[in-house]
Design a protein around this ligand. Structure first.
Ligand code: SF4
Length: 392
C-alpha cells in the first residue's frame, strides 16, 4: 500500500454491535447488556445510518473487508445478522473475495448457527475463547466453560466458514504458565488459521482492577507474563502460525485483512454506537464532516446504544465528533501503528531514522534503508520505543 492509497476512498467497513449477555470482569468497552427490544431498535438505527452513508460518494468503491465487531455480534442471532448483511450488500458494491468477519462468543455458537453464518457469507469467524480453564473463565466473568469453547471451535471448523480465528489471553491472575500453554495446545488441535494472543490489561474502573487492588488476587509478575508470551510465540511458530502484529499470528495469507488496513494507516468506514472511522479529506466531506485543510479525518459515534439509536432516528448519521489530522500527525500515527507490524513501517524523516538507528544498536529495532521494524525484543517494549520515537 503506498502513502497515496492509504487516504483513498474507504474499502473497509466496521460495524459495531455493542450487545453482551453480561460484562466480563476486565472489560471497559462500549457495550450494552440490554435485551432484544433495544437490539431491534439499534438494528433499525444501524440500517438507517447505513442507508444514509450509502447515498454518498463513500459507497462508490467496492468493499474489500467487512468486520462485524462488538460487543458480541453473534448475540444478534442469524436472522438479524442476515438482515444486516443484506442491507450492506444493497447499500455498497462488495468486491469478489471480500473478507467478512464475525466476532462470536462460544455461548451463541451451535452446529446450526455456524452453518447459517457460513450460508450468509461470513468468511472468517473470530471466536472469543480467552482461556480453557473453568476457574479462570469464571474469574474473567465469561459466560462459557472450557467444554463449550472447544465445542464451538469444532462447530466453526466444520461449518464451511473458510477461516477460523480465536482469541486467547495470557497474564491472567491465577493462571499458571503451564495452564495457559495447555489451553493453547488444545486450541491448536483445531488448526486455527489465525490466533490473537492478548495480554490481559487491567483497565481502571473494571472489576478485575478492583479485585487486584483489594488484594483478593495478584497480578501476574512481568517475568512470568513474558515467559507466557515467548512460549506461545515459539509454539505457534512450530504450528505454522507466524506473528505479523504484536498480538496476532496467522498461517500464510490468513492475516486479518481488515486489521492490516487499519495498522497500515488505511481509511475505513464505521457504523454504529461507539465506533470510530477514518477517512481522507474529500471522503470526510462527503459525510458532512468539517474538513478544512486536513489530510485525514477521524470521527466517532455516540457511545451509548440507546442514545445512538435516538440520534439516528432524528435523521443523522449518529456521529458525535471528529478530529482533523494534518500530514505530520498522520505520519506519527502511521509510525505508531506500523511499528506494531512485523513488516515494519517506512520512515522518511531523517531525525526519526537517526533515533531508530540508535535504538537498533540495542537490538530493539531493525533499520533497512527507510524501513523500520521492531525486533521480537523491541515488541516486548513497544510502548516505550514508540514514545521515544514520537518524542524525536
Ligand atoms: S464479551 Fe467482549 S465486549 Fe462483551 S463484555 Fe466480554 S470482553 Fe466486553
Amino acid at each position: 500500500m503506498t502513502a497515496d492509497d492509504r487516504l483513498g476512498p474507504p474499502t473497509s467497513l466496521y460495524v459495531h454491535l455493542p450487545f453482551c449477555r453480561r460484562r466480563c470482569t476486565y472489560c471497559d468497552f462500549a457495550i450494552s447488556v440490554s435485551g432484544p427490544n433495544l437490539q431491534d431498535r439499534y438494528l433499525d438505527a444501524l440500517l438507517a445510518e447505513l442507508r444514509f452513508v450509502s447515498r454518498t460518494a463513500l459507497a462508490d468503491e467496492p468493499l474489500k473487508t467487512i468486520h462485524l465487531g462488538g460487543g458480541t455480534p453473534s448475540l444478534l442471532g442469524p436472522s438479524r445478522l442476515a438482515r444486516l448483511l443484506e442491507a450492506v450488500a444493497a447499500g455498497f458494491p462488495v468486491a469478489d473475495g471480500c473478507e467478512v468477519t464475525l466476532e462470536a462468543n462460544p455461548e451463541e455458537v451451535s452446529e446450526a448457527a455456524a452453518r447459517e453464518w457460513a450460508g450468509m457469507g461470513i468468511t472468517r469467524a473470530s471466536l472469543g475463547i480467552q482461556s480453557l480453564s473453568d476457574p479462570i473463565l469464571r474469574w474473567l466473568g465469561r459466560g462459557h466453560d472450557a467444554e463449550l469453547g472447544l465445542n464451538a471451535l469444532g462447530w466453526l471448523r466444520e461449518s464451511g466458514i473458510p477461516q477460523l480465528s480465536c482469541d486467547l489471553m495470557f497474564a491472567i491472575p491465577g493462571q499458571s504458565t503451564g495452564a495457559f500453554l495447555d489451553g493453547l495446545e488444545r486450541v491448536l488441535q483445531f488448526q486455527p488459521d489465525h490466533l490473537s494472543c492478548y495480554e490481559l490489561t487491567l483497565e481502571p474502573g473494571t472489576t478485575a482492577q478492583r479485585l487486584v487492588d483489594s488484594g483478593r488476587c495478584q497480578q501476574v509478575a512481568e517475568a512470568e507474563a513474558l515467559e507466557q508470551l515467548r512460549s506461545a510465540r515459539a509454539r505457534l511458530l512450530v504450528a505454522g502460525l507466524t506473528r505479523y502484529e504484536v498480538s496476532n499470528y496467522s498461517r500464510p495469507g490468513c492475516q486479518s485483512r481488515h486489521n492490516l488496513n487499519y495498522w497500515r494507516g488505511g481509511t475505513y468506514l464505521a457504523l454504529g454506537a461507539g465506533s470510530h472511522g477514518f477517512l481522507g479529506g474529500p471522503a470526510a466531506g462527503a459525510l458532512g464532516l468539517p474538513v478544512g485543510r486536513a489530510a485525514g479525518v477521524r470521527y466517532w459515534h455516540y457511545r451509548d446504544a440507546a442514545t445512538y439509536a435516538r440520534v439516528v432516528g432524528q435523521g443523522t448519521a449518529g456521529i458525535r465528533g471528529s478530529e482533523q489530522l494534518d500530514d505530520s500527525q498522520l505520519r506519527l500515527e502511521r509510525l505508531a501503528l506500523g511499528l506494531r507490524l512485523t513488516e515494519g513501517v517506512d520512515v522518511a524523516d531523517e531525525r526519526l531514522l537517526a533515533v531508530s538507528r540508535r535504538l537498533a544498536v540495542h537490538g530493539w529495532l531493525e533499520v533497512d534503508g527507510g524501513r523500520v521494524r521492531a525486533t521480537p525484543e523491541g515488541m516486548e517494549i513497544l510502548d516505550r520505543l514508540t514514545l521515544e520515537l514520537i518524542a524525536a
